[in-house]
Ligand binder design. Sequence first.
Ligand SMILES: O=c1[nH]cnc2c1ncn2[C@@H]1O[C@H](CO)[C@@H](O)[C@H]1O
Ligand SMILES: [Zn+2]
Length: 386
Amino acid sequence: MTSQTVPPGIPSSDQIRRAPKVLLHDHLDGGLRPATVVDLARESGYTQLPDTDPEKLGLWFREAADSGSLERYLETFSHTVGVMQTRQALVRVARECAQDLAADGVVYAEVRYAPEQHLEGGLSLQEVVEAVNEGFREGERLALAEGHRIRIGALLTAMRHAARSLEIAELANAYRDAGVVGFDIAGAEAGYPPTRHLDAFEYLKRENNHFTIHAGEAFGLPSIWQALQWCGADRLGHGVRIIDDIRVREDGTVELGRLASYVRDKRIPLELCPSSNLQTGAAPSYAEHPIGLLRRLHFRATVNTDNRLMSHTSMSREFEHLVEAFGYTLDDMQWFTVNGMKSAFIPFDERLAMINDVIKPGYAALKSEWLFRQTASTSPSAPPEG
Ligand SMILES: O=c1[nH]cnc2c1ncn2[C@@H]1O[C@H](CO)[C@@H](O)[C@H]1O
Ligand SMILES: [Zn+2]
């Protein structure tokens, strides 16, 4: 009997890491290396850290964020924001962010942070943006020297409980051709509806600029509805609660409510962050995460990290969890990645070139690897009979 090699369905961890990935939802202040938090605290005299051993501190972030509530999860950011108050600290954190993402196979990322949270050391909003941009450019250059190509755009976030959103929107607009590609609002969702910031969103629309809104994470459909129909968001940060408007009947047929239909029909990108959702209680497990159904129903779903430090994750880890939970193949990974690139805030030509010249060739190379696999031994596996 002759044996035939079939292409492997499931990507290996190594292939997942090498696959080109696109990241649209990652917080700069949620992605520091634990050792960097310790260094920066020492340099700046910040004494509030719960531990000064990098390994223990990393674990502390993970466990403290694993609280089942968005509010408790967000409390952990006081320590990262606490050590990001100088120009040097911001440059370093942004540089390492670019290097870490690039080493993980991310080719395009939009990384967000709230400039208003980095003024305690006397920096101006403009100085904060320029420091972060400088760090991203340095990180891109260093990554290239290490053989990894990555491009990073910044998203400026306004905090939803504060009242500076118009000012931050203006800042995003002022730097739009200088490293900033869009705007966002973040922070606790319950009690702070996006409509509190209508003036900022209306301003950005008049400027033909782009924005995403954290909505449908801790709070359900009304928040998503407001973000889209009152505020005009281009994308939804999380948006995972759209599942509340989808009914799967016992016979397996699916019924979409008006809002879910709108989101799918208009191809509204969902910036899904599975690990983060497990920690804040927005989803019970990877296997039960709505991403499985949303992918099957062809929503414009994307995979994201949210906060790599608090969730002890990376793009590769997120995909590993999904591959394990749903049996995703390289084709599924490519689908999520192309969705991400289509939904990016950079110009159309650049998105298209990224898809056609970077992402698709990258996946094609990985998908063909099995063809060139060497067998372990050159001798026949069983002695010829007779
Ligand atoms: O998942 C999230 N939902 C809402 N807000 C968040 C999330 N992750 C981080 N932040 C908030 O965004 C700020 C700027 O980066 C962070 O300081 C944190 O307060
Ligand atoms: Zn987020």
